[in-house]
Each structure stands twice: as structure tokens, then as C-alpha cells.
Design a protein around this ligand. Structure first.
Ligand code: ADP
Ligand code: ZN
Ligand code: ZN
Length: 731
């Protein structure tokens, strides 16, 4: 066999692949196969990219080929290659990101064997009285005899069969332990485990449109909160599943509640596999393998599930497609919403983006007929959309978290035996501690930010870098003991409402839901329906269905509407309507109160009118005039260094070869900055950024290619950390 050179993609922050020789007589492993190779002093697991016939003797040799067949199939490999190019991220790191941890570590890509205990022929002919003095064995043998198909470890445990007894039976050759690889279970004659609801006319139109799609077709399912989008997904999925094909469902991080899962599991008689960050390494590998070999028919996961290999894909659903958690904000910064559409095109299947408040990018694609626009304008089952009333907070004392009418409404609600929700997107007791005498404020020593007071923990915490310190007794600047807190977080609201109301107050935020299962327990308590007041952050905004909730009070969204970040108003409006949508979802009429100091602001007014589309049109027009997404394309080159000078100097050097454009056309790219980032210092590092803006993607990516190559070669790159964020969602 001639010698070959293998090109291997390695998990290192360097572009390109690395060459290795293949030991003689070793068959060339195909693309997508894992190999173990020496790299410096380490041994790394890499993925074969390509090979060439050659006999370079100077190359280091591959140590081991880990797979017989590719574990990253051709399609998935193509996605990784495309994403590595588009996001300008090293291919080896993308491939490594995609692999479950155990595969990254070189373990076998084999599912856990299924174990079954069975009775043997000899065991079947044992006379009952032979085990008289071993009752546990007698019992075990009897149970095995009753189950000719054998018993799994789980069944044995449920039946409390003793392990030693089984071993003893095995030693006597009356029982045997069988191991075999899991098989793809046959498709049930009817994939439905329960009948579908009778769809409304609007729902039926949407379901039919999705089912009539042949090959690739993107849909925007644009339906108000509670309009029954999930029912549309379920009914659109049924024929796909019945045809033996798989469905991939992407959900936001906090939308993957047991309630959501239950709806899918209850409807269909096929295996549902879940992929989220709570899985352990083994579970994650099992889910990945089950999706890849077709055992899993429905795969529900958070953003990284977009990289799951599928055996026979038939449909992709992106639920809450506007949600920010679909974009990864560190390392490999991809957008799962966009990759979902890319995969659907690659697989030649439909993709449904569902939302009550679609991202402006998606809405624009629907306006321009590139996405098929499906609308659900009314709530399912005839429930009415709540109206949003504005409460003018301008004259309120700055420290009043809830205005009197809001408090009264909350009291009335619980008195009627219903539930109220108070939304405040800020955890902790108070966002500021300050000295009355000299004006000192508790600031994070590592960030440009104040520290939040968490009273129950007697701590000050920075919400940006997690720095923690004790609450000082005296002002560190003037020694005064006249320290006060200002503003309110969810913890303060909880205390205030507990004093004020008779009903229990349930707080839901990151602090109260850290323990595994605590969020689900709280949600279940609320769904049980006893009168209660919920206080929470945006964890409460998504997908939840609380039948007894009739009042929503929203505070503190002004900052978003007035934000300098061009996405601020869009996100504030989405949050507002999503939270408002929790009210009145069953037969109770919903009421929503929005407390604002800017009740005259045109965007606040539009949002409060509940007309997301009117607001979106206004924002889209502003974006069009400014050449911002979706009418232009952005990338951010960010840099962190030990001083602002260093960070800015590096970005200056990066930008140097690219002259400022004067006339903006389809081929030009505007470089804006470098400038300090909105939060200049974070976790002890100074941050600066260079913004690139273009009318057309190809022009932008041409410049990005050159820019990244240039930046990698700069000596000053050693003194800072930098990364590129393509289509950034946080500025
Ligand atoms: P969305 O996902 O659009 O917010 P859901 O799918 O959660 O809405 O639906 C809201 C409620 O309406 C759910 O309780 C659901 O069971 C119910 N529902 C949906 N479609 C129908 C229908 N066609 N008939 C009766 N109830 C429906
Ligand atoms: Zn002071
Ligand atoms: Zn900090």
C-alpha cells in the first residue's frame, strides 16, 4: 500500500489542518473518522479531513485510528465546514465542539449494550422444591419463568429481584445474562398515542402548508401567545413521523420544561430524545447515537442540538425562534436559528420558525417572501389576548418598585382566588448600595459596574463577573454608617409583596432555582392553581402556561426601549409581549399593567398597544435607514487586554490595512472604531471593539477573511485576547 498523508482537524485555536503520516499497511480512514495524534508534547483526538498519496518521511505518524466508519457523517461534516468558514472559527474547534465529550476523549462511539436476564432451558425444568431453602432464588426463578422475553435491569429493580440470587441462578446455569446492541424499534402502526385536538381554521391552514411542502421550505409560524403554535407543530409532525422520518425540535434554554416534553411524549408513541446541558456525558453520547442511528424519532434540544446527526430527518422546528439563547455568546459564536435553516436546505426538508414575537430578521424574510408566512391571529380555544394598560411612574418616588394601582390590582387578584405575576428583570435585593453622606457606591473592583446587594446571602455580588464580597458596615470612603440601598430587585419585591398580600409569594430567578428540580417544583406549584403572587425575571417569560394567572405587572422595561443598542427596543418589546402573554390563557380574562416612566415614548406606546407588527415595522424602517440588520450585515472584532490602550492599539493595527470607505455600495465594508466596548472593563480586563458593517454578505466575508488572517499574524495579538463575532446579537 502506498504511503499516505492525512490532514487532520485538531481542537486547537489555529486555522487549517495538520499533516500526519499513516503507518504502512493502514487503510486510509475516511473523512469524519477520529484519529489519535501527537501534537507537541500532548496526544490529541482529531478528525480526519482529507488525505493525499505521498511519502513524506519527516511527518509524525498517526498513533491510532479510533473509528471504523466516520462518526461525523458527510452532511454534518459539511455543516461544520460551512459554519467554520462563516463564523471564521477554526474547523478543528468546531468539530470538537460538535462531538459529545466522551467522543472528544476518544471513547468508542458505541451505544450501551442492552442487558436482559433470561431463564435457561435447564432452569425451566428445575423442580420447585429444589430451591426450598433459597427463597430469594426461588422467587427470582419464578419471575424469570413468567417473562420469557427476559427482564432488563430496570425491571429487575422494580420487581426487587436480589442480585446475589440472580448470580447464584446463573452459576447453576438456570439463568443467563444476555447483552446486545440496542435495535431500532419498529415504527408503531399508529404514531399517535392520543388524538389530536380539532384544529382551528388558522391552525389547519398552517398544518396543511407545512405538510404540503416538498423538500426545503422555510416557514415563519407567526402566532400570538397562546394561539396554539405547539398544536401546529404536533399535527405537522404526525405525518412526518408516520413516514418513518425524524423531527428535530430546537427550544430555548429555559423553555425545555417537563411540561413541554410531556406534550410531545403524550402525543406520540415514538421515542423522544432530549438534549440539553443537564445531561451527563454518557446520556449525551447515548442521545447523539440514538439520533444518528434512528432509534430516536423526535429529538428535542437546546441550541447545540442543531449539530445532532440524524438518520432520516423529515422536519425541523425552531420554537420561540426569536429567543436570544439560540445564539452562542462565547467560544464558537454560532446562531442555531440560522444553522437550522441551513440544515433544512441541506437535508431538503421544511423548517418551521415559530414565535409570537419573531426576530426582525425573520420577519423581514417573511415580508420578502423568502419564508412562507403563516399567521395565527387569535388565541386557541377563544381566550382573549390581554390588554396592556400603561401606569405612569414618572411622578413616583424613585424607590417605589410598585405603584399603588399595581399593588391594589395584585391584592384584588389574589382575593378573587387567582394568581398574579410581577415581572422584574433584575435579581437580588437592591442593585445599588450607597453612602448618604459622601455618595460612595459599592462598585465591582473588576468591572465597570455596581454590585448588587443579595440580602439573604448578606453579600454584594457583581452580575457580570460573579465577584462577591461582604456588605460593608461603614462607608469605606468616609466611615459613615449611613449606608442605604436604592432600587429594587426580585428579592426586595418578594419581601415587599409578602408583607402586603395574604397569598404566598413565589420567586423565580436564577438564585431561587439553582438546585436541580427546583424550577420544575415551583412551576408545578403555580400550575396547581392556588392563589399566589409570582415574582420573577425573564425565566418566567417563555412558553409557560399558567391557567390561573390573570394579572401581569411589568416593571422596569424602560431601559430596553431607550437603549443605545439597536436591538434594545426589539428585545424589550419581545419580553413585554411574551410576559404579557402569560396572562389569561384559559377562561380567565387577563389584565396587564406596564409601569413606565416614558409612557409617551412612541415605542413604549406601540408595544403597549400589543401590536408587535406595527412596532416591528417602525423598527425595521429605522434599521433600513441605518443599514442595520436585516438590511445590512455586521461583525464585531472584540479585544480584551490589561489596559484600554493595548486593546485599542491592537484593533487599530487590525484595521490598518483596510481603508475607511467613503462611498457605500454593495462591495464596500465600513469599519467603525475601534472604540471602548459599552462596558469598558469586565472581570479585570479592558474591552474594545471594531465594528464592521456591509450591505452585502459576500463583501463582508471577503474583508473578514483578510482581517482574521492579518490579526492572527500580528505580534501584538499575544498581549490580548480577541475574537470575531459574526452577526452579533450583543453589542
Ligand atoms: P402557543 O405555543 O402558541 O403559546 P399553545 O400551543 O401552548 O400556544 O396553546 C395554548 C393552549 O391552547 C394550550 O393549552 C393548548 O392545549 C390549547 N389549544 C391549542 N390548540 C387548540 C385547539 N385547536 N383547540 C383547543 N385548544 C387548543
Ligand atoms: Zn461615605
Ligand atoms: Zn464584576
Amino acid at each position: 500500500m502506498p504511503l499516505s498523508t492525512l490532514q487532520v482537524a485538531l481542537p486547537v485555536p489555529l486555522p487549517g489542518c495538520f499533516d500526519y503520516s499513516l503507518p504502512p499497511e493502514t487503510p486510509v480512514p475516511p473523512r469524519g473518522t477520529r484519529v489519535e495524534v501527537p501534537f507537541g508534547k500532548r496526544t490529541l483526538v482529531g478528525v480526519v479531513h482529507d488525505h493525499q498519496p505521498s511519502n513524506l518521511k519527516t511527518l509524525k505518524s498517526v498513533k491510532r485510528v479510533l473509528d471504523e466508519a466516520p462518526i461525523i457523517d458527510e452532511r454534518l461534516y459539511a455543516l461544520c465546514e460551512w459554519a467554520a468558514g462563516y463564523y471564521h472559527h477554526p474547523l478543528g474547534e468546531v468539530l470538537n465542539f460538535v462531538l459529545p465529550t466522551l467522543l472528544r476523549q476518544g471513547q468508542a462511539a458505541r451505544p450501551d449494550a442492552e442487558v436482559r436476564w433470561r431463564i435457561t432451558d435447564r432452569g425451566r425444568h428445575v423442580a420447585p422444591d429444589r430451591l426450598k431453602r433459597a427463597p430469594r432464588q426461588q422467587e427470582a426463578l419464578a419471575l424469570l419463568a413468567e417473562h420469557p422475553d427476559g427482564l432488563t435491569p430496570a425491571m429487575l429493580e422494580a420487581l426487587s429481584v436480589s442480585r446475589p440470587a440472580l448470580q447464584a441462578l446463573r452459576d447453576k446455569q438456570w439463568a443467563e445474562r444476555e447483552e446486545h446492541l440496542p435495535q431500532v424499534p419498529p415504527l408503531p402502526a399508529d404514531v399517535l398515542a392520543e388524538p389530536a385536538l380539532s384544529a382551528s381554521a388558522e391552525q389547519r391552514l398552517a398544518i396543511e402548508a407545512i405538510n404540503q411542502a416538498s423538500g426545503f421550505q422555510p416557514f415563519l409560524l407567526d402566532g400570538v401567545t397562546g394561539s396554539g403554535k405547539t398544536e401546529v407543530y404536533l399535527q405537522a409532525m404526525a405525518p412526518v413521523l408516520a413516514a418513518g422520518r425524524q423531527v428535530l425540535v430546537l427550544v430555548p434554554e429555559i423553555g425545555l420544561t417537563p411540561q413541554t416534553l410531556r406534550r410531545f411524549r403524550q402525543r406520540f408513541a415514538v421515542p423522544v430524545t432530549v438534549m440539553h446541558s443537564g445531561l451527563n456525558d454518557r446520556e449525551r453520547l447515548e442521545a447523539w447515537l440514538a439520533a444518528g442511528d434512528g432509534r430516536a424519532r423526535i429529538i428535542i434540544g437546546t441550541r447545540s442540538a442543531v449539530f445532532t446527526p440524524l438518520h432520516a430527518p423529515g422536519l425541523i422546528i425552531v420554537d420561540e425562534a426569536h429567543d436570544g439563547s439560540l445564539k452562542q455568546q462565547d467560544g464558537f459564536r454560532y446562531h442555531a436559528r440560522d444553522l437550522a435553516t441551513w440544515r433544512a436546505r441541506q437535508w431538503d426538508i421544511p423548517v418551521v420558525h415559530g414565535s409570537a414575537t419573531p426576530a426582525l430578521e425573520t420577519l423581514h424574510l417573511a415580508h420578502t417572501d423568502r419564508y412562507h408566512w403563516l399567521r395565527l391571529r387569535g388565541r386557541a380555544g377563544g381566550a382573549a389576548l390581554p390588554e396592556i394598560e400603561l401606569l405612569d411612574a414618572r411622578d413616583a418616588a424613585p424607590d417605589t418598585p410598585l405603584l399603588p394601582p399595581a399593588l391594589t390590582a395584585i391584592e384584588d387578584t389574589v382575593r378573587r382566588g387567582e394568581q398574579a405575576l410581577v415581572f422584574l428583570n433584575r435579581r437580588g435585593f437592591a442593585p445599588v448600595i450607597l453612602c448618604r453622606d459622601c455618595g460612595w457606591q459599592a462598585e465591582c473592583p473588576r468591572c465597570d459596574s455596581v454590585m448588587t446587594w443579595h440580602r439573604s446571602l448578606s453579600q454584594l455580588r457583581c452580575h457580570h463577573c460573579d465577584h462577591q464580597q461582604r456588605v460593608p458596615r461603614r462607608c469605606p470612603q468616609c466611615g459613615s454608617s449611613n449606608l442605604i440601598d436604592a432600587g429594587a430587585g426580585t428579592e426586595k419585591l418578594e419581601a415587599l409583596l409578602s408583607d402586603h398580600c395574604l397569598a404566598p409569594v413565589v420567586r423565580i430567578d436564577r438564585d431561587t432555582t439553582r438546585r436541580k428540580g427546583s424550577l420544575d417544583a415551583k412551576l408545578a406549584e403555580i400550575r396547581a392553581g392556588a392563589p399566589a403572587v409570582l415574582v420573577g425575571t425573564q425565566m418566567l417569560a417563555k412558553g409557560h402556561h399558567f391557567p390561573r394567572l390573570s394579572l401581569v405587572v411589568i416593571t422596569n422595561l424602560d431601559a430596553g426601549f431607550l437603549s443605545a443598542d439597536f436591538r434594545g427596543p426589539e428585545q424589550a418589546a419581545q419580553l413585554l409581549l411574551q410576559v404579557a402573554g402569560r396572562a389569561g390563557r384559559k377562561d380567565l380574562r387577563g389584565r396587564v399593567l406596564l409601569q413606565s416612566r416614558h409612557t409617551d415614548h412612541h415605542l413604549v406606546r406601540l408595544a403597549a398597544a400589543g401590536d408587535y407588527h406595527a412596532l416591528a415595522d417602525t423598527l425595521l424602517e429605522e434599521r433600513r435607514l441605518a443599514g442595520l440588520p436585516p438590511f445590512g450585515h455586521l461583525a464585531l472584532l472584540r479585544c480584551e487586554a490589561m489596559s484600554m490602550d493595548k486593546a485599542l492599539a491592537f484593533l487599530d493595527e487590525c484595521a490598518a490595512p483596510f481603508p475607511q470607505q467613503t462611498n457605500i455600495d454593495d462591495d464596500s465594508v465600513n469599519l467603525l472604531g475601534p472604540a471602548p466596548a459599552p462596558m469598558e472593563k469586565r472581570a479585570g480586563r479592558y474591552r474594545a471593539q471594531l465594528l464592521l458593517q456591509a450591505r452585502q454578505r459576500p463583501a463582508l466575508h471577503r474583508v473578514l477573511d483578510a482581517l482574521v488572517r492579518h490579526a492572527r499574524g500580528l505580534p501584538s495579538a499575544r498581549h490580548c485576547r480577541w475574537h470575531l463575532d459574526v452577526d452579533p446579537t450583543e453589542m
